[in-house]
Ligand binder design. Structure first.
Ligand code: ATP
Ligand code: MG
Length: 422
């Protein structure tokens, strides 16, 4: 076949999709514990939604977006991240008129035109949360504590929390000047991208993935030194609450995050266990975003977590269950009457809430039992003329080999297959 999935995308099936479902269950459960509700926004938005929020000078908007014109020549973009869409939805649906804070989570695909490699895809998935309506550092701490607790529940160790503060717009302006002065002196040694970033948005230079650029930036001034009293107090408060929560962190003045909308707190969870793509989660505060969309100034904080990177870490644990499908019982058949009856029995067991499987390939009894073994059915039985006539079947525990004689009519009433072992 010459048709292949587009570069940077992949099919998820079999044991892997089971692992994804397990992960998603943990995500949904933790959000319930934190009293956060789900939001589902469209997969594409008007391109402007991302231009205005993510920022014109970011890599995402400049190089990575899947943008296309629809049949009426409107410019649409597959979402490269979720915050912009959720913020748009918050305003459009007047969620600010509900009780505040409004806390929402999403599990959704994202699309970025990037060079595919381990942990970097063109279609990938993010789990994230957004908390609207609070300017307080306690909201930042809540968001961070969710990500921290989640990694714990997933048994993912060796991940460090890095935090920083970018301050408000005034502090940013001040820092921009200081940084520009510093970078100006090393400009010749920087990569072409950074030279451009230098003129358009110097802060972005700190985010460069190029080792030689990073080396030149080692002595760059720290944004924390440019914060005003209020922003400093906000950052101190966050650290105090994290200490109180027993959540370890490292203050890392190099974190600026890839998107333009952040103010004050920014943070990342990073690991060295999955190679270069080590940032599993990135987030921060974005108090200015809703005004970009024409809303009132609204405190907002959240994060996005790359689920493919989480999966890479989970795969390392190698605790994937051997039998990922739980099949209670296989009901096979012999002969014409058996075939018809067994189909009805399987259907009845399914109606009873059991995971029941039968034969839809008209295989031999031997092949049916081999199949039952392969799919890991806990119990099996074969129905034929004798079984129907005498209302008696043999139910076999596939793992111990023990057989139980029971009535066929009783089997059809079964709601819990293990009842026959007592
Ligand atoms: P990176 O620095 O790795 O490019 P980023 O700063 O572009 O990440 P964000 O926009 O903050 O990433 O997205 C949040 C998270 O989504 C990242 O921390 C990462 O885990 C994940 N992520 C981002 N881009 C990709 C991608 N192309 N493939 C898989 N996961 C991704
Ligand atoms: Mg990126």
């Amino acid at each position: 076949m010459d048709l292949k999935a587009p570069r940077g995308t992949k099919d998820i099936y079999g044991k892997e999709v089971y692992m994804w479902q397990k992960l998603e269950n943990v995500l949904r459960e933790i959000c319930e514990n934190f009293c956060i509700e789900e939001i589902r926004t469209p997969i594409f938005e008007h391109t402007e939604v991302f231009q205005r929020s993510v920022g014109e000078t970011t890599d995402i908007v400049q190089k990575e977006m899947y943008t296309f014109a629809d049949k009426k020549a409107r410019s649409l973009t597959l979402k490269p991240e979720n915050t912009a869409g959720v913020a748009r939805a918050y305003l459009e649906n007047k969620l600010y008129a509900d009780v505040q804070p409004k806390k929402m989570y999403y599990i959704a695909p994202c699309f970025r035109y990037e060079r595919p490699q381990a942990g970097r895809m063109r279609q990938f998935h993010q789990f994230g949360i957004e908390v609207f309506g609070s300017f307080e550092a306690s909201a930042d701490a809540e968001v961070i504590s969710l990500a921290y607790e989640l990694l714990k529940r997933l048994n993912i160790g060796n991940v460090e929390l890095h935090i920083n503060s970018l301050g408000g717009p005034e502090c940013r302006k001040k820092y921009n000047d200081v940084l520009k002065q510093y970078i100006g002196k090393t400009l010749d040694g920087l990569c072409p991208d950074c030279k451009e970033r230098f003129t358009k948005n110097p802060l972005r230079v700190l985010d460069c993935k190029n080792d030689s650029c990073q080396a030149l930036l080692a002595g760059a001034p720290a944004v924390l030194d440019c914060l005003d009293a209020e922003c400093t107090a906000h950052f101190e408060m966050l650290k105090t609450i994290l200490n109180e929560m027993d959540i370890p962190y490292v203050v890392d003045p190099k974190i600026v995050r890839g998107l333009d909308y952040y103010t004050r707190t920014v943070f990342e969870f990073v690991t060295t266990e999955i190679g270069a793509q080590g940032t599993v989660c990135g987030g921060g505060r974005y108090d200015g975003l809703l005004t970009e969309f024409g809303g009132n100034k609204t405190g907002a904080v959240g994060f996005g977590m790359g689920l493919e990177r989480i999966m890479l870490l989970l795969e390392k644990q190698n605790t994937a269950e051997q039998r990922y499908k739980k099949i209670d019982v296989y009901v096979g058949s012999v002969g014409d009457n058996g075939l018809k009856k067994s189909q009805a029995v399987v259907y009845q067991l399914r109606k009873n809430g059991l995971n029941a499987e039968g034969d839809i390939l008209s295989r031999s009894v031997k092949a049916q039992l081999k199949y039952a073994d392969k799919i890991g059915a806990n119990f099996s039985t074969i129905i034929g003329d004798n079984e129907i006539e005498n209302d008696c079947i043999k139910l076999k525990n596939m793992f111990t080999g023990t057989e139980y004689q029971i009535k066929l009519t009783a089997l059809m009433d079964t709601k819990e297959i293990s009842q026959w072992e007592n």
